[in-house]
Design a protein around this ligand. Sequence first.
Ligand SMILES: Nc1nc2c(ncn2[C@@H]2O[C@H](COP(=O)(O)OP(=O)(O)O)[C@@H](O)[C@H]2O)c(=O)[nH]1
Ligand SMILES: Nc1ncnc2c1ncn2[C@@H]1O[C@H](COP(=O)(O)OP(=O)(O)O)[C@@H](O)[C@H]1O
Length: 383
Amino acid sequence: MGEEAPEFRVKSVTLESKGCLQNAIDIGDKAYVVGRSDDDPKSSITIKILDKLTQTWVVPTVLGTHPTLTSSHSAIPVNCERILIIEKGVPLNDSIWFLEVDTPFVKQQSKLKGTEVVAWSKGVIGEGQKPVVISGPSGVGKGTLIAKLMKEYPSKFGFSVSHTTRSPREKEIDGVHYHFTERSKMEEEISEGKFLEFAHVHGNVYGTSIEAVESVTDEGKRCILDIDVQGARSVRASSLEAIFIFVCPPSFEELEKRLRARGTETEEQIQKRLRNARAELDQSNSPGLFDHLLVNDDLEVFYENLKKLLSLDDDHEDSNDSSIKDGKATACYSILSKTNSEILLQSENNEAEKGTTNLLSLDLSLSGGAPGRTRGLKIFSVN
Ligand SMILES: Nc1nc2c(ncn2[C@@H]2O[C@H](COP(=O)(O)OP(=O)(O)O)[C@@H](O)[C@H]2O)c(=O)[nH]1
Ligand SMILES: Nc1ncnc2c1ncn2[C@@H]1O[C@H](COP(=O)(O)OP(=O)(O)O)[C@@H](O)[C@H]1O
């Protein structure tokens, strides 16, 4: 595992750096060197780990989308699980990143791969609304319901576009209804940790990529996932907090009728889907899995019930006046100090420009978040 020291120079093993091309962050017996090569500052961010006991270097597997490159950053350990990295010269919204070095997600991935793993997670100011997971047997009306919701509220809801190895139906568009993909490519991406969940359904692989969910939430929309019961179970076990709804048919006969009337499957496929439907209906009552069971008998009644259910769960705005809600202005902050509960960020602009503040406090009561994003950050102006 050990290898020679990296080409770039480690300036010092410090807890904090004022902003430079690379810095080393001490956590326990390891130093994490985060930076860019001195020779080529435009190269992508490199991560190397120095085991201080054995004096060996390891290049870890790096998961997740990394920060957009800027010339400089500052870094500090938040706790023994993550390092906070502040990028400079980009909007505040894009400047806060976490490098997960020992979170449960990283531990799990490291075990799976048998290598040292670290993962990028973008810090997002404020909470998005909880995603909505919709499950139910094939032909029950999930797609019809979701299409109705998206048509009525195009700016409020966004669909998590799953990956699948099944062939497209006549009216399905790649990238809109599904990302249609090859099994080998999908399996490779699953092993790279890009999927929140995946399952084998009706003889094909289906999966939700982390980006599919997070890109919807990034747009400020509430994410809707149409996934099977196995997928719902995996999401339940993940760190993504969601609302889980199971859609039941009024009767098994009606389900069969709808599936046949849709006319998109062969007889063999219909039989397979009906067999699976019985198992899914059995599992809908698993304790702690679904929050709500809704029957789709009359479509309009069913749709109104769903709307009622979703409006009950609106998030509340943070009422604190000094909280920063709009981080679009270009920012140049460096890390000034850290206590157990907050990190102070200082502006490096000579005079406080319009829209930027001299001193910011970043609340560290992090609630976790899904891999890829650390949501719910609270930032307050101090002066
Ligand atoms: N676990 C999981 N299931 C999915 C995903 N996308 C779709 N499914 C489920 O796969 C099943 C088959 O979907 P599809 O082939 O579109 O057929 P349909 O349900 O009859 O319209 C349905 O139960 C979907 O909810 C996914 O990303 N993950
Ligand atoms: N409440 C309903 N009453 C009668 N037919 C329905 C109802 N909801 C959906 N359908 C029809 O049932 C078929 C299956 O619906 P679909 O949305 O494709 O199901 P799923 O996405 O759950 O597989 C479609 O032809 C749809 O028009």
